[in-house]
Design a protein around this ligand. Sequence first.
Ligand SMILES: [Zn+2]
Length: 67
Amino acid sequence: MDQLYINKDQRSAVVEELQEEVKRLKENINKLEQQIHFIQQTCKHVFLEFEGFRKCIKCQKIDIQYY
Ligand SMILES: [Zn+2]
């Protein structure tokens, strides 16, 4: 690892930083999606009907309706 840093040019350092940031944000998205999933799983849904789908007004869960 250390040798990489001796020879690094700035561009490579920036890319590494950005990749770290992307990784961090993806993990964050994962966590948030899990939270949403948990809320939607434990919700007592109140659905509003639309053309082709219905949407819960409490947790925003969308059910696609097939006819
Ligand atoms: Zn709901």
